[in-house]
Design a protein around this ligand. Sequence first.
Ligand code: SF4
Ligand code: SF4
Length: 614
Amino acid sequence: MEQLILTLLIVASLYLFVSPVWKRLRLVLKARQRLRFDQMGKRWLRFLSEVVIQYAVIKERPFTGVMHTLVAWGFFIFGLESFHHFATAYGWHPLGEGAFHRAYGIAVVVFAVLVIIGITALAFRRFVLRPDTLGKRSWSSATIALFIEVLMVTYLLSYFRLLQDPLAQDINWWIHSLIILAFLVVIPHSKHLHLVLSPLTTFTKDFELARIHPLDFEKEEMGVEKLSDFSAHTILSAFTCVECGRCYDHCPARQTGKLLDPKQLILDIRAGLLADFEQTVVGPVIKEEILWQCTTCGACTYQCPVGIDQVVPILEMRRGQVSAAEFPATMRPLFDNLEKTGNPWKYPVSQADEFIEQNGFPDFHNHEVLYWLGCMGRYDFYYQKVSLAMAQILKAANVKWGILRDEKCTGDAARRAGNEFVYQALAEHNIALLNDAAPKLILTSCPHCLRTLQEYRDLGLNPKIPIVHHSEYIAGLQQSGQLQLSGIAPHEVTFHDPCYLSRYIGPSHVQFPREVIKGTGATLTEPPHHAEHTFCCGAGGALLFTEETVGERVNHHRVKELLETKMSEVSTACPFCHLMLRDGLKDLSKESVAVRDIAELVASCLLVRSGNES
Ligand code: SF4
Ligand code: SF4
C-alpha cells in the first residue's frame, strides 16, 4: 500500500514538474533563431568554469557567491542520492549497498552540513538584511529555503541513525520523500527553475557581448515585433532569471533615475511569454520609453550569473521599432545624416578631406597598418587632436601606415539604434574598401568602431585582418622598444575605462591603457568603478545623439565619481567618452580638469623629448 501511495505521488509530482517545464521549453523550441551549439570545446570550458565551478557567481559577490556555490554543489550531489533514496523503496540500489555507497554517503553528509550553512546565510540576507536589489519578499524563496533545510536535517537524522523508534524513522523517511516531491512541483513556478535551465542558458550563450545577427532583408527579417520573434536564447533567458538583481545594481540608467531596469525587463518578457506568445512586445509588455534609455554599456550582461544577455532583446526590439518607423524623433537627424553625409552630423566630406590634407595623413597603399580615423577622428575639432597624436606616435615608431580617405561612419550608432538598413549600407561601402586595401592590420582609437568593424565579419569583411585598439597597439610599441618615450614630470591622472573596451572587447584588454599611461611616467589613481566594472559615460547605444531628459545625466554621475579621485586630469581611450567627460566637466564648472586620450598623453612625451612643444 505504501509503495502504491509513493508511486502515485512520484507520478503526480513528475507530471507537475515536467508539464510546466515543457510548456516553457516548447516556446524556446518554437523560436526562429535557434540556440547555438557551435565551438563545443570553448562551450564546455565555459560550462566547467561558470556552471561547475560557479566562477561567475563568486567573482562579483564573493560571500554570497560562495554560499550559493555550497548549495549548488549540494544540489548536484543530492540529485544522485535522492534517486537512490526513491529506488530503494522498490528494492533497487543504484549506488550499491557496499563501500561505494558508504563513501558517497560521507560526501553527502559533508555537503548536507555545507548546504545548511549556505542556505542559512542566503536566507538571512534575503529575509533579514533584505537588500533592495532582491525586490519584494517572495513566498517561493522562503518555502524553498525551508524545504532545503528540512531535507538536509532529515538526511542527517537518517544517516547517523539518530532516531531509534521505527515509527519515527518512517515518519522521517516520508518527510524527506514528500519534500523532494514538493520541491519538484514548486521549481517550475519559481525562480528556482534556474536550477534546471541555467546550465543550458550558460552553455548556449554567445561568446560576444550583445551579439545580434545581421537582418536578412530578402527574408523580410525586421527585428522583434512580437514575443515569438525573440531568439531562443532570449526566451530561455526569460525563464532562467534567478532575480538576483545584479543587473539592477549595475545599470547606469537605473542608477540615474531612468525607468529602465534590466531585471524587470527580463521578468516582463517572462510574464508576457506565459500570457500570450504571439502578442506585440513594445507597448503591451515593454514600455517603449525604456528601450531608448539603454546605453548598451553591457554592465548588466557582464554581471548576470546565469548567462543572460539583456542588451540583445533591447537591440532586437529597437530594430522592430525602427522597421515600424516607431522611434524617437531625436533619432531622425542621425539616420538622415548617416545616409546623406556618411557621418552622424551634417559635416560635408570636404571638411574631413581638408583636415587630412592639411596634416599630411598618408593615403593607405600597401602599408603595414591601416589607421581607421572614425567620424570623431575626422570631424570633431577636439578629437582630431587624438588623430594627430596617433600620427605622431606612428611616425615616431617608424610604422608604415595610411588612412582610407573614403571611409564612412562604421554605422555603430545606426546599428545600436536599431536601424539595420542604414548600418548595412555603410558596412557594405566600408567592407569593399577594406577588403580591397587588404591591410595587415586595422588600427583604431575608437572602441565603438572596433566592435562594429569586428561585426563586419558577419557581412563579408576578410576575417583574417586583425583589428586592434590603439591602447593595445601603443602598449606593444612601448614594450618592444619601438616607441621610446622621454617620460614627463611627475604627473597624476585617473583613467575612465570605456565600456566598449573593458567589457565588449573584454577584461583582458583593461591592462593595455594602464600600461600606456604608466609608460609615460604618470601615476594612475583608479576611480571606484574601473576596469570591467567601469561606469558608463552615457553615450553608447546611439544615446550620444539624443536628449537625456529623465533623471540625472549619466555623464554627470560618472564625472562626479571621477572627481572624487581629486585628480586634475582624466584620461580615456574612446572618442565618445572623451566628449561626454568634457561636457560633464563643463556642466559642473570643472573645466580646470583636463580630459586627454591616452594617445595625447603619449604624444606629449614625444614633444618633451624632441624639445618641440610648440
Ligand atoms: S546595457 Fe547598460 S544601460 Fe542597458 S540595461 Fe544593461 S546596464 Fe542598463
Ligand atoms: S537578469 Fe541575470 S543579473 Fe539580472 S536579475 Fe536575472 S539573473 Fe540576476
